[in-house]
Design a protein around this ligand. Structure first.
Ligand SMILES: Cc1cc2nc3c(=O)[nH]c(=O)nc-3n(C[C@H](O)[C@H](O)[C@H](O)COP(=O)(O)OP(=O)(O)OC[C@H]3O[C@@H](n4cnc5c(N)ncnc54)[C@H](O)[C@@H]3O)c2cc1C
Length: 511
């Protein structure tokens, strides 16, 4: 069955809440508000998660390193969110063990043990395994002189998919989500915000909202000052972080957290079965956030930290792919970019009568749900009939049965033994129990439709266009999935031509 392209929802004239920004914070607030009974509109100028929220280290973590900066509030909240998010989306979020090689000249063992003790105990850990010390065996991938270390738990998530699932959760509760729609500006008049929007095709529309949320991420300050002509009580500090993808450096599911001489840490994380992801860097960024790219200094820095720890020595030519993002941090005037607080600040202005404006500064992927709850608590005076907080216990789309990706893969393969094991595993981890929607009575690989490479078939592309706002090959290959790592240029061209034929059905007949 061919799915049509996702219909753009009609615009209401007046919403309770308008959200600008389709990164994790915008969609998190939209979903929470829609579930409390508010009418919600969200616009994203590009694709969902097309900026910082797809360029993270993809960890749902307390942030062991933040303990050194005394960020106890943030660490406690983030640690507790690990188990909440594991329950909400067991298929998408998975536990990950971290190995921390001991380097006595950087941090003494007692300090690490104390940090791990706090990490194990301050966040109400229930299902995740605790920490312990380690002695490395002779077959360890680490250099021979690194003999001892520690091990602890955090979690991994596909960041861009977490955003899409929250956008779907918002839509399923009535929110109108418009991607490729830029908010050009908004003005207050007679107790309402009047928003002016521009779609990708150049058409312009207006709507009204009782409250406005500025979740523009790296653009939060410029949107506030230039597009809303409002003063900002807080400044934003843009800090670039980059990652490398290299062929898998070792066997096993564990990640490594490496301490560097500058006291920063670098992660090496298993990625898409065949790769290792290395990151990240921290450096002040002053350009256009939409144009951020990894520099050769960052590549050399990351390689040198890894080479100081692993037997395998990497060179720049080993790098298969890289990505960069800009952290929109609340400026606390720290000298060192890696020391700037990762906590979030919500700036509320106006009144329920004049039209509230709430701007989001900073935040972590991990704490998006709590950030959304705090945002809704601040907006509550404008919406006296609003229902209470609900997101802590509700599953995200696909997580309704609470099954892990491994359990779902087993079920998929048992019921559909003709599915390629790699495809079943990827669908289970991406779509959870909604993978059955993609199967839709199909009973052979041929029935999945045209194959573009990397087990990406037409039926999945159709589903992503219909259900997940995908429009371009890049949306599909780098955000809805990470299959861009597996497709060559001809295969990408073939996907692009299929997408064009979906938009122009006459071309489809000619294919
Ligand atoms: C290198 C790096 C590693 C990280 N690692 C982790 C990690 O492992 N774990 C973790 O918890 N956090 C991590 N983070 C932090 C996390 O990624 C961010 O806090 C989070 O993604 C920020 O989301 P956001 O919604 O605020 O911003 P964004 O994702 O950037 O979303 C803002 C959106 O607003 C849109 N927008 C802007 N202006 C307009 C407009 N006028 N109209 C319409 N749309 C507009 C933009 O296009 C953008 O998509 C990391 C960040 C970086 C950079």
């Amino acid at each position: 069955m061919a799915h049509p392209t996702l219909a753009v929802p009609p615009l209401a004239e007046t919403y309770d809440l308008a959200v600008v920004g389709g990164g994790i914070n915008g969609v998190g607030i939209a979903a929470d508000a829609a579930g409390r009974g508010l009418s919600v509109f969200l616009c994203e100028k590009d694709d969902l998660a097309s900026h910082t929220s797809s360029a993270s280290s993809k960890l749902i973590h307390g942030g062991l390193r933040y303990l050194e900066h005394m960020e106890f509030r943030l660490v406690r909240e983030a640690l507790a969110e690990r188990e909440v998010l594991l329950r909400k989306a067991a298929h998408l979020v998975r536990p990950l063990r971290f190995v921390l090689p001991h380097r006595p000249h950087l941090r003494p063992a007692w300090m690490i043990r104390l940090g791990l003790f706090l990490y194990d105990h301050i966040g109400g850990r229930r299902t995740l395994a605790g920490s312990h010390g380690l002695k490395f065996a002779a077959d360890s991938p680490l250099r021979e002189d690194i003999r001892r270390g520690f091990e602890y738990s955090d979690c991994w998530v596909d960041d861009a998919r977490l955003v899409v699932l929250n956008a779907m959760a918002a839509r399923e509760r009535g929110a109108h989500i418009h991607t490729r729609t830029r908010c050009l500006g908004a003005r207050r008049s007679k107790g309402l915000w009047h928003l002016h929007l521009e779609r990708q095709d150049g058409s312009r529309v207006s709507l009204r909202a009782r409250a406005l949320v500025n979740a523009a991420g790296p653009w939060v300050e410029s949107f506030l000052k230039e597009d809303l002509r409002q003063q900002s009580r807080y400044g934003i500090r843009l800090v670039q972080g980059s990652h490398l993808i290299v062929p898998a450096m070792y066997q096993g599911d564990q990640a490594y957290i490496l301490q560097n001489e500058d006291r920063r840490i670098v992660f090496v994380i298993p990625y898409m079965q065949h790769f290792s992801m290395i990151g990240t860097t921290d450096r002040d960024y002053h350009g256009d956030p939409g144009q951020v790219r990894i520099s050769s200094e960052e590549t050399q820095y990351l390689l040198s930290v890894v080479n100081a720890h692993f037997r395998q020595q990497l060179q720049a030519s080993d790098v298969i792919a890289s990505f960069s993002g800009v952290r929109p941090l609340c400026d606390d005037e720290s000298g060192d970019p890696s020391a700037v607080t990762r906590d979030y600040t919500l700036d509320l202005s106006g009144t329920a009568e004049s039209g509230l404006l709430l701007s989001v500064f900073g935040g972590k992927l991990t704490t998006y749900r709590r950030l959304a709850e705090s945002a809704l608590a601040l907006l509550a005076p404008a919406f006296p009939g609003m229902r209470p907080a609900w997101t802590g216990k509700a599953a995200l789309p696909g997580g309704e049965k609470g099954q892990s990706a491994a359990e779902l893969t087993r079920i998929l393969l048992a019921r559909h033994p003709w599915l390629a094991p790699d495809l079943a595993a990827r669908w289970a981890a991406s779509y959870g129990c909604r993978a059955w929607e993609l199967l839709d009575q199909r009973n052979s690989e041929l029935a999945l439709g045209e194959h573009f490479g990397g087990h990406l078939h037409a039926c999945e592309v159709d589903y992503l266009c219909q259900q997940e706002w995908a429009m371009s090959a890049e949306d599909i290959l780098w955000r809805r999935s990470k299959l861009g790592l597996f497709l060559d240029a001809d295969q990408v061209a073939s996907l692009e031509s299929y997408l064009a034929s979906r938009r122009h059905p006459r071309q489809r007949a000619a294919r």
